[in-house]
Design a protein around this ligand. Structure first.
Ligand code: 6PG
Length: 481
């Protein structure tokens, strides 16, 4: 009997996806470049399953029912291109190739177009949820050649997470849209993680709380509007003890790694001119953390006497809760703004309510909060951004005072809070009818004759002033990036 789908790449995500498909009654054929891994899998995790092991790409392709569906779970980048090149001669028009790794969306757009020209249907598919999600129900974000969607929809929706019986897997859009949305998911993941870290640091260093005390706070927060997987695991991490009974967290080196998806999100925001300040700060916070040796030297050379904090702890914790919630709203606002711009720029039809639904369960940023975002976009898919939705506008108004108090306190205590403050500055900037860009335009015109528009004249009329009476009346050309 032929297999329903093939999967290449038996690292932990690949193995778990195979077993998830197997549990749902699908027959999966597997292949791995180091073929001993296939045997290990068959005698290990896949023992007594329907899984078919193959030891060459020819054998894999030959074992599949038509149209063939092959999912790649290999390292993003050149490995994906190399694997595609090896598979192409073995495939027929109508066959479907799916990349389930964290590929750069522009690579996926290129591959979708190139393979489409050969009649092979390419899908770039974001998969989130880590090992546990892959095994029990991930969030799956497929995009690419839509002709392939009916053939893979059943399998993917069956294995995905469900929220209120709805699968966290919906068609995202053309070309690299699936991987794009996964990239934004990861950018938001960076923002959420950094925000939580800042809240932790205010409690740990500012208020001098123990890990166990902070654990209780996060546990409590996880029962309300902040209810999310990342808050839940943070609460667990805080209570986890090392062999000597001390918190393991205190022994972990404060130097963050990154594989690049947050950086890609920031680069794309700069390319599209979207002020994605909070996520960008969360990437930079990781960069700063990784300069550990320099920081240790600087902590001596630039040492200061830190004030000790005294006050109403419960009030500070309540303010911190509000700061975290408000900043989170800003982070998602910016992330969805970027996706909206990308949809325009790349010509994709993105359904933002569906995207929120896909992130509602299974993935790393899953949370109760995403149900509110889904509701906002279900109400109006053309919403300019979340701040224009009454629910979120109201939530920000209520959190405003606590947010500001938290930032004031952190500044006084010399605790860095780059994402809390980037969020607040964005909020204040976005709702300012008047920004100091009038001065900025004057400066540009002063030194470079870049011209400016006037508030007392119609838009589109450009002026240049000879600021130092040097006779220079020639303006430079007008263009904006
Ligand atoms: C997910 C995660 C996953 C992975 C990140 C980690 O959605 O399941 O986002 O994709 O954990 O790539 O990224 P960093 O190593 O950059 O933190």
């Amino acid at each position: 009997m032929k297999a329903d789908i093939g999967l290449i790449g038996l690292a932990v995500m690949g193995q778990n996806l195979v077993m998830n498909m197997n549990d749902h009654g699908y027959r999966v054929a597997v292949y791995n470049r180091t073929t001993s891994k296939v045997n290990d899998f068959l005698t290990g995790n896949a023992l007594n399953s329907l899984v078919i092991g193959t030891h060459s790409l020819e054998e894999l392709v030959g074992s599949l029912s038509k149209p063939r569906k092959i999912m790649l779970m290999v390292k993003a980048g050149e490995v994906v291109d190399a694997m595609i090149n090896q598979l192409i001669p073995l495939l027929e028009p109508g066959d479907i190739l799916i990349d389930g790794g964290n590929s750069l969306f522009t690579d996926t757009s290129r591959r979708t177009d190139a393979l489409g020209a050969k009649g092979v249907l390419y899908i770039g598919c974001g998969v989130s949820g880590g090992e546990e999600g892959a095994r029990n129900g991930p969030s799956i974000m497929p995009g690419g050649n839509k002709q392939a969607w009916p053939a893979i929809k059943g399998i993917f929706q069956d294995i995905s997470a469900k929220v209120d019986e709805q699968p966290c897997c919906q068609w995202v859009g053309e070309q690299g849209a699936g991987h794009y949305v996964k990239m934004i998911h990861n950018g938001i993941e960076y923002g959420d993680m950094q925000l939580i870290c800042e809240a932790y640091q205010v409690m740990r260093k500012g208020l001098g709380m123990t890990c166990d005390e902070i654990h209780v706070v996060f546990e409590e927060w996880n029962k309300g509007v902040l209810d999310s997987y990342l808050v839940e695991i943070t609460s667990h991490i805080l209570t986890f003890k090392d062999d000597d009974g001390e918190p393991l967290l205190d022994k972990i080196l404060d130097q963050a790694g990154q594989k690049g998806t947050g950086k890609w999100t920031g680069i794309n925001a700069l390319d599209l001119g979207i002020p994605l300040t909070l996520i960008a700060e969360s990437v930079f916070a990781r960069c700063l953390s990784s300069r550990k040796d320099e920081r240790v030297l600087a902590s001596d050379k630039l040492a200061t006497t830190l004030p000790t904090w005294q006050g109403d702890k419960q009030q500070v914790i309540q303010d911190l809760h509000d700061a975290l919630y408000a900043s989170k709203i800003i982070s998602y606002t910016q992330g969805f703004m970027l996706m909206r711009e990308a949809a325009n720029e790349y010509g994709w039809q993105l359904d933002f309510g569906n995207i929120a639904l896909m992130w509602r369960g299974g993935c790393i940023i899953r949370s109760r909060f995403l149900a509110d975002i889904k509701q906002a976009y279900d109400h109006d898919n053309n919403l300019v951004n979340l701040l224009m939705d009454n629910f979120f506008a109201d939530a920000l108004m209520k959190a405003d005072a606590g947010w500001r108090h938290t930032i004031q306190l952190a500044v006084q205590l010399c605790i860095p809070i780059p994402t809390f403050s980037a969020g607040l500055s964005f909020y204040d900037g976005y709702r300012s009818a008047q920004l100091p860009a009038n001065l900025l335009q004057a400066q540009r015109d002063y030194f470079g004759a870049h011209t400016y528009e006037r508030v007392d004249r119609p838009r589109g009329e450009y002026f240049h002033t000879d600021w130092i009476s040097s006779g220079g009346k020639v303006s430079s050309t007008i263009y904006d990036v």
